[in-house]
Write a protein that binds this ligand. Structure first.
Ligand code: GLN
Length: 451
């Protein structure tokens, strides 16, 4: 049924870069056979899923939304891919994304934009717009995203779906193409909080193949989603996430959600996190710095595209021509920014200062979580903007992640879930919930209460 739905609508939505029809049907049949044989199956066995095209999938193309990996077929599965398969999840295909996950609208994909199912002339968020659009257009009930600065939560917010960035280190990064290794985190997406929790339990857990993977039990996210109770919890409203640049309808729905939390028995307090003001600036030094280092491996020699290799050119020339042809403008912009920020003489002033700001932001969170159980804010300052509106204005594009970036810098856990439609444009608004590291269950407890 989901493959038929993809056939019917994806020409318009363009959520998928690749549909793995045979693989999906084979997995579905394998699950059926196990069920017929009386084998005990997990709760997600046989459930279809849309996988962001940043996770390696053996035998199935993985492009990261870039021309530089066009035609590359990975010889191995990411740990996340393997866990999904072991749980009997049916991977329908790979979803569209901003090239190397750099963007907030999916317009930076080398394979063309994805439409927001609520209004196809608008962006579905980014970088994981394909995954969230697949959910919102009922092409898949489950999806996977990755969140370096907001790429799970921001698409969830603008498509009216649920997305969780787990605690940094909770989900293995092995086989997840690296953008900014100290920030990147894979996570679950779905249309309900409970579905998201069920997927969270499948993908999270220690992996010896990822040195930053946390070796501790996964918090009880499914039990929390089933409980859905906020009575007696202390919930902080971050004062700094408001004011200029925030759409009136977004603030209205957010304020109503806070009132609902109060009615359900939570105690609401205002919290100040003064260093959040510098989060965007610090992020746009740290993320490009790490990306300039990570993307050095795309040299035209190891995998994917190779340009200009006609037997007359040196390896350096082939690498330069490959990068020229294979990387899009945003990727080039970030590699140049990052190389500059890390260069000798500038390192302390840029990268060093950004790392200090990162510590201040972490301390703001620590202070806040000394007083409250979770923090709440709008996920994004505005609803989905029209395709093309911010394409030539990187600064305006970067502002879409104003509320999501602090959690990546601090490594804690955060969720976006729908909290109604903005009255002025009828488009979905996202509520963000932030919990301390390794307290991911609190997101699901609060999210299920207000869903
Ligand atoms: N929009 C942010 C960026 O462009 C975040 C992207 C992400 O989370 N992958 O870097």
């Amino acid at each position: 049924a989901h493959l038929a739905r993809i056939d019917a609508v994806d020409e318009k939505v363009h959520a998928f870069l690749h549909v793995d029809r045979e693989g999906a049907l084979a997995q579905a049949r394998a699950v059926d056979a196990k069920r017929a044989a009386g084998e005990e199956l997990g709760p997600l066995a046989g459930v279809p899923l849309a996988l962001k095209d940043i996770f390696t999938t053996v035998g199935v193309p993985t492009t990261v939304g870039s021309k530089i990996l066009e035609g590359w077929i990975p010889p191995y599965d990411a740990t996340l891919t393997r866990r999904l398969k072991e749980a009997g999840v049916v991977i329908l295909g790979k979803t569209n994304m901003d090239e190397f996950a750099m963007g907030s609208s999916t317009e930076n994909s080398a394979y063309g934009p994805t439409g927001n199912p609520w209004d196809l002339t608008r962006i579905p968020g980014g970088s994981g717009g394909g995954s969230s659009a697949a959910l919102a257009s009922f092409q898949a009930p489950l999806a996977i995203g990755t969140d370096t600065g907001g790429s799970i939560r921001q698409p969830a917010a603008v498509t009216g779906t649920v997305g969780v960035k787990p605690t940094y280190g909770a989900v293995s990064r092995y086989g997840m193409v690296a953008f900014s290794s100290s920030l990147d985190q894979g996570g679950p997406c779905a249309r309900t909080v409970l579905d998201t929790a069920l997927l969270h339990e499948v993908i999270a857990g220690h992996d010896p193949l990822d040195s930053t993977s946390i070796d501790a039990p996964v918090p009880p996210v499914v039990a929390a989603a089933r409980a859905g109770d906020v009575k007696g919890m202390r919930i902080g409203v971050v004062k700094e996430f408001a004011g200029e640049g925030y759409q009136a309808g977004v603030m209205q729905r957010f304020t109503e959600s806070v009132e609902l939390l109060r009615e359900l028995g939570a105690e609401i307090v205002e919290v100040s996190c003064p260093s959040f003001e510098y989060a965007l600036a610090a992020y746009y030094l740290i993320a490009p710095s790490e990306c300039s280092s990570n993307l050095a491996r795309f040299d035209g020699l190891r995998y994917g595209l190779r340009a200009g290799d006609d037997g007359t050119r040196s390896a350096e020339e082939v690498t330069a021509l490959t990068r020229e042809a294979g990387f899009g403008p945003e990727v080039k912009r970030r590699v140049i920014l990052g190389t500059y920020a890390l260069s000798s003489g500038y390192y302390d002033a840029y990268y060093g200062s950004a790392q200090k700001v990162r510590t201040l932001i972490t301390q703001d969170f620590q202070r806040a979580f000394g007083d409250v159980d979770v923090l709440v804010s709008p996920t994004t300052p505005t609803t989905a903007f029209p395709i093309g509106e911010r394409a030539d204005d990187p600064m305006a594009m970067y502002l879409a992640d104003l509320c999501t970036i602090p959690s990546n810098l601090a490594g804690n856990a955060a969720m976006s879930l729908p909290c109604g439609l903005a009255p002025e444009d009828g488009l979905p608004v996202g509520l963000q919930i932030i919990a301390p590291a390794m307290a991911d269950d609190r997101l699901y407890r609060v999210g299920a209460a207000v869903e």
